[in-house]
Design a protein around this ligand. Structure first.
Ligand code: ADP
Ligand code: ZN
Ligand code: ZN
Length: 699
C-alpha cells in the first residue's frame, strides 16, 4: 500500500512561509517521525506532519518523490512538541519548516540509523550507573514563605509569577518543586530556563547536588549554545528519550523534546535574553506559558509553569494584576538579611571630572578594611568608548558601522563591538599626525585601572593592599575563566570587582556589602520606552548581590552616582518598591497604548543603502492599503535603526501597532505575500533581507 506523508523541511528563504511538502512512502509513517527526503538535488532532514493514505488531489501520483529513509530508531516527536513549533511559526511569522528544523540540534541532520542506535545505546548505559533511590539527600528546611509558595504551586491552575526578593530562596523553590514532580511520576520531566550561559554552571551545580544521588548523573542535562554539536545532540536525545529528567538551559531549550514535561521554570523571567534577536524572534518565556498550557490540555497530568523574578517584566506583572497569572510573593530574605540601603551621590556636587566620587571611595575603603567586598557596575567594556584627536575632528569611527570602535588599552586595539572589526591603536592621528590622541568616556578596563590607583592606600584587615579585579565578556572569553574568577571572589582573593551587567545577575555572593552603579543616567532619558524598566531591574538585581549574609547585611549599601538624584525612579528604588514602580510605568504605558496595553511588531529591512531599506518598507506599507484589517493597525514611517549601519549593511525599520493581538496577527499574515513581492520594487534595489519581529523588545 502507498502512503502520502506531508513532510516539513527547512524551506529555502525565498519561498516564504511555505507549508509541508507531500512525498510517497510504501510504509505508513507516524506524525513526528524524522525522515530524509529529496529536495531539489539534495537530500534533507524532514519531519512527518501527517500521513494520509489518499494521494493529494492537486498532483499526479507519479510526480511525488519517495521518502529516502526513516530514522525509525527514534520515537516520533510528540504532538505537544509539534503543536508548540506550529504555534511559534505562526505567531512569530515564520515558515513551519524553517521553525521546526532550526530548533532541532544541527547534528541530527547527518545522523543515520546506525549512528543513532550507537548513541541511544550509550544513553541507556550511562543511565544505569549512578542512580541510587534509597539515598537520603540533605537539603535545608523550607522557610515559611517557601512552604506557602510550594503549597500554592501544588494546586495551581494558571502560570505562577514567583515574585521573590533577591536572596529570598527562589532557587530552593525550583528545587523543591522539581523534587515533587520527579517523585510523583517516574516518567516526569522538568525544564529549567536561565537567561545566560554564564548562570548555568552555578545552577547546574545546585541541581546536581540535589538530584544526582537519587536519580543518577544522566538525569540532568544542559542545553545551550556553548556546547559542541555532538554534546548538544546527546543532551537532546537524552531529553527526547526520557533518560534526562531535568533539562537546564538557555532560551533554545524551550524547544527541547520532552515527552514527560510536567514543570517549566523560567528563572529571571524579566531578562531580555529570553527574546531571540535573530532568525525566528521568539520569546522563550512566552512560549513556556503556551507550552505548559498545551501539555496540560493534552495529558492526564498538569504541566505547571513558574516565572520567577525579583523585578518581573511589566507584561507578567500586568498579567498577575489581571488574574491571568497567580502572583506568589516571597518578600523576605533567607536568614533575615536586609536589602541594601540606597545611597545616591549627586554628581552636581562632586569635584569636576571625578569618575568615582570621594564619598563612594571612602565607603569602599571602609569595606575593604573590614574584610568585606565591593561590586562596581558599569555597563560598558573596554577602556574607553571612543578615541579622539584634539587637533582635528578624527574619532575612532568603525569603517564598517555607524559606531565608534572601542579603545581596549590592555592589548592596544580598537575594536568594534558591533561587527568585530579590530585594528591596532594608531601611534598618531591617522588624519593629521597629531601624537596626542586621547580616550573619551570610560569603560570597565579604565575603572579597574583608576580604582587600583585610588585605592592603593586601602588595606585589608591583615594589612595587605586591596585587590581590584574585573569581570566582563573580555575576561571570561576562555572556557572555565568565569568559574575561576567567581571562585577567586568567593574565596576572598578579590576586594573590589568591577564588571558589566554580567556580575549583577543571579550570583550568590556572600561577602559583598557595597554595590555601586556608575553612569546609569542615559537610561533615565532614553528614547526606548523600556529603558527605565531595564535600569530598575538591573539596579535591583545588582543590589541583590549585597548583604546576602545576614551577618553583614545591616550595613550593606547600594550606591548610585547620578546627575538626576530627584528622578522618580530612584524614589521607588530607595524603598525597594517594585510594585510602586510597576504601577507608575503601567499607567504611563496604558495612557500611551503601549505594551502590554497595545501590540507591536517591527518590520526590519537590511540593504546596501539606507534609501533602499526605507523605500522597501514604505513601498510594502503603501501596497498594504487595501488589505483586510488594514484599518485596525497603524503603520509608522520607516526610520533608520539607532545604529543604522553594521558591517556595511544599512538597517531600517517600521513600527506596526494595533489595539488587538488578533488584529495584528491577521494583518501580518495577510501582509506576508506583499513583503515577498516588495523585494522586486525598483526603488528597493539593494535590499538584502527583511524580517518581522513580533512583540519586539527594542522599538
Ligand atoms: P534567590 O534565587 O531568590 O536569589 P537563593 O535560592 O539563591 O535565592 O537563596 C539564597 C541563599 O539562601 C542560598 O545560599 C541558598 O542556599 C539559601 N537558602 C535558600 N533557602 C533556604 C532555606 N530554606 N534554608 C536555609 N538556606 C536557604
Ligand atoms: Zn587629528
Ligand atoms: Zn563595526
Amino acid at each position: 500500500m502507498t502512503y502520502w506523508p506531508s513532510v516539513v523541511v527547512a524551506t529555502p528563504a525565498h519561498s516564504g512561509l511555505a507549508g509541508p511538502l507531500t512525498y510517497r512512502s510504501e510504509q505508513p509513517l507516524a506524525a513526528g517521525n524524522l525522515v530524509r527526503v529529496p529536495l531539489g538535488a539534495r537530500e534533507v532532514l524532514g519531519i512527518v506532519w501527517s500521513c494520509p493514505s489518499d494521494p493529494p488531489a492537486d498532483c499526479s501520483e507519479e510526480q511525488l518523490r519517495p521518502v529516502s529513509a526513516v530514522l525509525d530508531g527514534l520515537m516520533p516527536l510528540g504532538d505537544g512538541w509539534r503543536q508548540l513549533v506550529a504555534f511559534a511559526a505562526r505567531y512569530y511569522q515564520r515558515g513551519l519548516g524553517e521553525m521546526a528544523l532550526s530548533v532541532l540540534p544541527p547534528a541530527l541532520r547527518d545522523l543515520d540509523n546506525t549512528q543513532l542506535a550507537r548513541r541511544l545505546k550509550r544513553l541507556a548505559k550511562v543511565n544505569g550507573s549512578a542512580a541510587c533511590p534509597e539515598t537520603p539527600v540533605s537539603r535545608p528546611q523550607a522557610s515559611a514563605e517557601q512552604q506557602q509558595v510550594l503549597d500554592a504551586l501544588g494546586t495551581l491552575d494558571r502560570p505562577a509569577l514567583l515574585y521573590g526578593s533577591t536572596g529570598s530562596g527562589k532557587t530552593e523553590v525550583y528545587l523543591r518543586a522539581t523534587e515533587q514532580v520527579l517523585q510523583d511520576d517516574p516518567a516526569a520531566q522538568v525544564l529549567v530556563l536561565v537567561p545566560e550561559i554564564n548562570l548555568t554552571p552555578q545552577l547546574e551545580e545546585r541541581f546536581r547536588q540535589r538530584f544526582e544521588p537519587r536519580h543518577g548523573s544522566a538525569a540532568l542535562v544542559s542545553l545551550h549554545s556553548g556546547m559542541t554539536p555532538a554534546q548538544r545532540l546527546q543532551a537532546w536525545l537524552a531529553a527526547h528519550a526520557g533518560t534526562a529528567r531535568i533539562v537546564l538551559g538557555t532560551r533554545m531549550a524551550i524547544f527541547a523534546s520532552l515527552p514527560g514535561l510536567r514543570l517549566i521554570v523560567v528563572d529571571e523571567e524579566h531578562d531580555p535574553s529570553y527574546k531571540s534577536q535573530e532568525g525566528a524572534r521568539y520569546s522563550a518565556r512566552d512560549l513556556a506559558v503556551y507550552r505548559a498550557k498545551v501539555e496540560s490540555d493534552r495529558g492526564p497530568h498538569p504541566c505547571r509553569v513558574i516565572l520567577g523574578s525579583a523585578t518581573p517584566s511589566l507584561e507578567s506583572w500586568h498579567a498577575a494584576e489581571q488574574g491571568r497569572y497567580r502572583r506568589l510573593a516571597m518578600p523576605g530574605r533567607i536568614g533575615g538579611g536586609e536589602l541594601p540601603r540606597l545611597r545616591l551621590v549627586d554628581m552636581n556636587h562632586q569635584p569636576k571630572g571625578a569618575t568615582l566620587s570621594p564619598p563612594l571611595l571612602a565607603a569602599m575603603e571602609e569595606r575593604i578594611a573590614r574584610g568585606e567586598q565591593c561590586l562596581v557596575l558599569l555597563n560598558r567594556r573596554g577602556y574607553a568608548p571612543v578615541l579622539s584627536c584634539d587637533a582635528c575632528a578624527w574619532k575612532s569611527q568603525c569603517p564598517h558601522c555607524s559606531a565608534f570602535q572601542v579603545f581596549h588599552k590592555l592589548d592596544r586595539t580598537l575594536r568594534c563591538h558591533h561587527c568585530g572589526f579590530t585594528r591596532r591603536v594608531p601611534r598618531a592621528c591617522p588624519d593629521c599626525g597629531n601624537l596626542d590622541i586621547a580616550p573619551i568616556g570610560r569603560g570597565t578596563e579604565q575603572i579597574e585601572e583608576q580604582l587600583a590607583g585610588l585605592l592603593s592606600q586601602a588595606v585589608r584587615p591583615d594589612g595587605t593592599p586591596a585587590r581590584v579585579a574585573r569581570m566582563d565578556a573580555d575576561t571570561t572569553r576562555t572556557k572555565g575563566s568565569l568559574e575561576q574568577q567567581l571562585q577567586a571572589l568567593h574565596e576572598g582573593e578579590v576586594d573590589v570587582l568591577v564588571g558589566t551587567q554580567m556580575v549583577a545577575k543571579g550570583h550568590d555572593f556572600r561577602r559583598i556589602t557595597l554595590v555601586a552603579g556608575l553612569n546609569v543616567d542615559a537610561a533615565l532619558f532614553a528614547s526606548d520606552y523600556r529603558a527605565p524598566e531595564r535600569l530598575f531591574a538591573l539596579l535591583m538585581q545588582a543590589a541583590g548581590r549585597a548583604g546576602r549574609d545576614a551577618g553583614h547585611s545591616g550595613h550593606s549599601e547600594m550606591w548610585v552616582q547620578t546627575w538626576h538624584p530627584t528622578h522618580p525612579l530612584f524614589a521607588a528604588l530607595k524603598k525597594h518598591d517594585y510594585p510602586a514602580f510597576a504601577a507608575e510605568q503601567l499607567a504611563e504605558r496604558e495612557a500611551a497604548a503601549m505594551p502590554p496595553f497595545g501590540y507591536q511588531a517591527l518590520l526590519r529591512a537590511d540593504a546596501r543603502t539606507q534609501d533602499a531599506a526605507q523605500a522597501y518598507l514604505n513601498g510594502v506599507a503603501d501596497a498594504a492599503a487595501d488589505l483586510p484589517g488594514r484599518d485596525e493597525v497603524t503603520l509608522y514611517p520607516a526610520v533608520p535603526l539607532p545604529i543604522q549601519r553594521v558591517a556595511n549593511v544599512e538597517r531600517a525599520q517600521m513600527l506596526v501597532e494595533s489595539h488587538s493581538r488578533q488584529a495584528l496577527q491577521r494583518f501580518l499574515w495577510a501582509w506576508q505575500p506583499l513583503l515577498l513581492q516588495g523585494r522586486s520594487l525598483p526603488e528597493a534595489r539593494g535590499l538584502i533581507r527583511f524580517a518581522v519581529d513580533v512583540d519586539p523588545l527594542a522599538v
